[in-house]
Design a protein around this ligand. Structure first.
Ligand code: PEP
Length: 258
């Protein structure tokens, strides 16, 4: 679909993190979300825990997208507990990479994320590359420097942005799960910086890359983000576990960006 902002369709991804606890709840949530969003003019992606990828993908049967929350860069081998891009093929089309919880609790560095991003693209998966500053970095005035570093390193090995399927999610760490969302202006500022770097890397491809905002998005504040010219959607954590709230966020995106 082509909008006044270019060829980017609204995109909302739900990051379920380590929820819900049972397969039945996961399938039930997925089915309820599908009913809420399937007629809306927006791309919706559900990212359940690895354990529930197969039952969720089977239940929704292509009616919305399915994404993994992480993956290994490697195809196979001695990587205990990991999931390879080969294993995701045919189950997930998307994968969140570089989420701040992976960076902070699992020791993922910019270099780790770089290897995963190129591996995802090489295996035909669409990476949702999450970047963003921590509170102390923001207080130190380092927000732009952190975005610049995480984005450039994350994309080092991407030969061509055009056609890569890449998505960038700006997620200030201090806004994730805190109820303290960024302002629309701040998110727009970061998204504009990201778009500028993408243009430097690939003047032609930059406009096709969706840029999402993530961090305490709710149905009540979603409009503020989707009204910004460089924000194409959201990466939603907590609110994605409530099908009604998540459906309302997708509806807002479809209204403003569809
Ligand atoms: C996230 O986990 O990516 C996220 C944005 O979480 P929340 O919406 O709960 O802040």
């Amino acid at each position: 679909m082509t909008t006044s902002r270019g060829p980017r369709r609204a995109l909302i991804a739900g990051n379920w993190k380590m929820n819900p606890a049972s397969r039945e709840e996961a399938v039930g949530l997925a089915n309820t979300v599908v009913r809420a969003v399937e007629d809306l003019e927006a791309t919706t992606v559900l990212c359940p825990p690895t354990m529930w990828l197969v039952p969720v993908a089977s239940a929704i049967d292509g009616r919305v997208g399915v994404g993994a929350q992480t993956m290994a860069a490697e195809e196979a081998g001695a990587f205990t507990g990991e999931t390879s891009p080969l294993m995701l093929r045919g189950i997930a089309d998307w994968v969140i990479l570089g989420h701040s919880e992976r960076r902070h609790y699992n020791g993922e560095t910019d270099e780790t994320v770089r290897r995963k991003v190129v591996s995802a693209v090489d295996h035909g998966l669409r990476p949702i590359l999450a970047i963003g500053e921590r509170l102390e970095e923001r207080k130190a005035g380092a927000t732009e420097a952190v975005i610049d570093r995480q984005l450039r390193i994350g994309l080092t090995d991407i030969r061509r942005i055009a056609g890569s399927g890449l998505v960038i999610a700006y997620e200030p760490v201090w806004a994730i799960g805190t109820g303290n969302a960024a302002t629309g202006d701040d998110a727009q500022g970061a998204a504009a910086q990201i778009r500028g770097i993408l243009r430097e890397l690939d003047a032609d491809g930059a406009n096709e890359i969706p840029i999402l905002y993530g961090g305490s998005v709710t149905p009540d504040n979603a409009r503020e983000f989707f009204a910004q010219p460089e924000i194409d959607g959201a990466l939603v954590g907590g609110a994605s576990l409530d099908a009604t709230a998540f459906g309302r966020i997708v509806a807002r995106a479809a209204e403003l960006r569809g």
